[in-house]
Design a binder for this molecule. Structure first.
Ligand code: ATP
Length: 317
């Protein structure tokens, strides 16, 4: 399937309004002695959007984000904040929720927020942070006694403690149960509604589709696609995904199931996915083969299909 790099770039927010760039990255590279982790990335992140950084393990997401956060020095390239090179002041305007942060076990939630607040010139009132991150009821609890979801909400509150303009969220819902994950998404929506700019790293395509106005897919240290989730799907796919129970087609080989209109057949333990650009033709072939069509589901492609299409279905080493 064809796709164009950078197809669908739209410097527009959810409301379709032109937005000025908050962060710009030009020809960014990071070379370690044994690997080029980031190999020339250009990005524009408009103010007030949630931008998702996606990509397989080792694609260069963390390295890119760490350079943006000022934690890792680029080998070459430029990072601009409101059109100016990022200086020390940027750290006062940015909030970072790391993948894992060691918290002092014996401090309470209140003491932890006060401790982190002391690092910044400007801080958000504690009551506002507590309300925004749904921490009522846990303020006097020691951090070691928090559940996974409560801990992530505290880490979010820590990232917001300086009332940042830009917020980096690095895999914020990894390890959360589905309810806690959805609850966290609601908090992110409310932070977006305040007009903050977010850069979210995630391996969950559903999360990216839910939260991101724009996504950037990285692989092998390069941007392989970027744009709004809907725009990317429009540009990349004119096809349909047909899902069959694996047992239904176990006796048929791929060449029997696929004709010229079939773009891919992916077999998993329980299901087989057939990507087709002519659903009628594919269904006719299945009927002609005698495949029972009960249990067949038809859906439009989603961000996960696009991601797998662009980065491949094979497990990364
Ligand atoms: P994941 O999804 O697994 O977190 P990622 O997309 O964030 O992956 P990075 O952590 O940025 O990927 O790593 C990109 C490449 O750079 C990997 O091959 C990694 O091993 C390598 N790398 C990262 N940090 C260092 C380092 N400090 N020294 C040497 N190599 C590194």
């Amino acid at each position: 399937m064809e796709y164009s790099r950078g197809a669908g770039r739209e410097d527009r927010g959810a409301g379709g309004l032109e937005r000025s760039p908050l962060l710009e990255v030009r020809a960014l590279q990071k070379h370690y002695p044994n690997i080029a982790a980031v190999r020339g990335i250009d990005l524009v992140i408009p103010e007030g959007i949630c931008c998702g950084l996606l990509g397989p393990n080792g694609a260069g997401k963390t390295t890119t984000v760490e350079m943006l956060e000022g934690l890792t020095l680029p080998t070459s390239g430029e990072i601009l904040y409101r059109g100016q090179p990022c200086g020390a002041d940027f750290r006062q305007r940015a909030g970072i929720m790391f993948q894992s942060t060691a918290l002092p076990d014996l401090l309470t939630v209140r003491e932890t927020l006060e401790l982190f607040g002391a690092f910044y010139r400007t801080t958000r009132p504690l009551a506002e942070l507590v309300e925004r991150c749904a921490l009522e009821g846990f303020l006097e609890q020691e951090t070691k006694k928090l559940s996974g979801g409560q801990r992530q909400r505290l880490l979010l509150a820590i990232a917001l403690v300086n009332d940042p303009e830009v917020l980096f969220l690095d895999e914020p819902t990894t390890g959360l149960d589905p309810q806690a994950r959805r609850n966290f998404w609601q908090l992110v929506h409310s932070i977006k509604a305040e007009g903050k700019t977010l850069l979210l790293t995630t391996h969950y395509m559903e999360e990216a589709a839910e939260l991101c106005d724009e996504v950037v897919i990285l692989d092998h240290g390069k941007v392989i696609a970027q744009g709004s989730p809907q725009g990317l799907l429009r540009n990349h796919f004119e096809n349909t995904v047909l899902t069959l129970p694996a047992a239904t087609v176990a006796e048929y080989h791929d060449p029997q199931l696929g004709g010229p209109e079939v773009l891919g057949i992916y077999r998993e333990e329980r299901e087989v996915e057939v990507i087709t650009n002519d659903i009628g033709c594919t269904l006719k072939r299945l009927l002609a083969l005698g495949v029972a069509l009960d249990g067949v589901a038809v859906r439009p492609p989603n961000l996960e299909d696009l991601y797998l299409e662009l980065t491949g279905h094979k497990l990364r080493p």
